[in-house]
Design a protein around this ligand. Sequence first.
Ligand code: ADP
Length: 492
Amino acid sequence: MKKQTTTTPKLDFTSKWAYAPSPESTDHVQLKEQYDLFINGKWVKPVKGKYFDTVNPATEKKLASVAEATQEDVDKAVKAARAAYENVWSKMPAKERAKYIYRIARMIQERAREFAVIESMDGGKAIRESRDVDVPLAAAHFFYYAGWADKLEYAFPGKTVSPVGVAGQIIPWNFPLLMAAWKIAPALATGNTVVLKPAETTPLTALKLAEIIKESGLPDGVVNIITGAGATGAAIVNHPGIDKIAFTGSTDVGKLIQKAIAGTNKKLTLELGGKAANIIFEDAPIDQAVEGIVNGIFFNQGHVCCAGSRLFVQEGVADVVIRKLKDRLESLIVGDPLDKNTDIGAINSKGQLETIKKYIKIGINEGAEMYQSSCAIPSKGFFVRPTLFTNVSQSHTISREEIFGPVLAIQTFRTVEEVIEKANNTPYGLSAGVWTDKGSKIFSLTTKLRAGVIWANTYNKFDPTSPFGGFKESGFGREGGLHGLAPYLVMN
Ligand code: ADP
């Protein structure tokens, strides 16, 4: 029998969907030319006097220069955190601690617009994401954990809990403010003090958070925020005065950290890379699924460790899903992160853009079929067109390695057993998505997929009450929810 093919005329989105520019104003944003280190409640110059630039990846223009903390600065920060822990924070009644955490949450809300704009300027993500996701969720995490501070005995009934001490926290560039909130809020609620280091390409919202922390009246030294690159992170990890490390970043650095603290008493949580499977069954609501796929990998430039970067479509609907996806790709707006119409902003750094381009080349060279949106991209700044690959197999590099960009590798499957096998065939296990009309299928898959978070008929949904974390090389320990308190507590 002749194979039925469906062809649709190519839609002209450029004229139909052209929006007038709608850039968010930057007038209300106050950035200093130079940022020092936030240690013991004060802005202090780095001992060696070195600074580095943080640039706007959409314009390649410098935004500010930022201090590079060395071993000596890390030592100061850890000592300040230790003194604050011993003299003030661990002695303060929990309900008093909670008030500071609530205050920080409210101040983030009050300055939400400024935070969102700075996040988009420094990191490149579309303002819609930073405004609607990053900043509200960061505030929500502080609110949520403020609520736990004086209820820890109910969180872990029958156990006696006490804080760990001084937490060293190292975060990546994809959700700079949100990751700072994920790390700081539970640490404070459980009575710990903190030395936090944001990523070198996105330090500004963490430094703005330091301003809020100072204004909130939080006792000096309870939260110290220091900037620098990998060497600064390593100095935190190796400092003997640190009791716990919380790290979010690449699997390679996670492995280095695990080696570095082996044989010490330091507690560790790692949230590392991912190569999530997003699975579409024939009985799925196809249009919603297509939107979920786009949300899972293309919004936020694919800069999400839980991005649905491997798509598995059941054979019967593969043609229609791929056609609809290609149409949707054409309608995505790539460009100025500060424009409210933008779907996909700038890639965070030149280095990351090169990595993404390298993987696209590998995909083509290994025989996968590439489709890219025909959209125009700005000539200045770090941008890439949303890209999908069909004709992909399990052995292709693009379906095995984390790309951390808007690049989707599509495979098909016939049976539930086959897709479980394929989805689990990865060293990672952070997240997955399942799209089907059948609740029984969802429950069957959630018990068999080796992933920490599984979304059903949705994707990339976060809530402070819900734990997040990985299996296998995606790390261990959970952040968020009641589970997120445990790594900051000693339990007897
Ligand atoms: P990504 O690929 O997301 O940039 P990285 O793991 O390189 O992830 O970076 C995540 C965070 O880890 C950043 O804050 C970075 O400065 C820090 N970092 C990099 N190398 C090290 C290291 N050897 N030890 C501790 N922290 C590090």
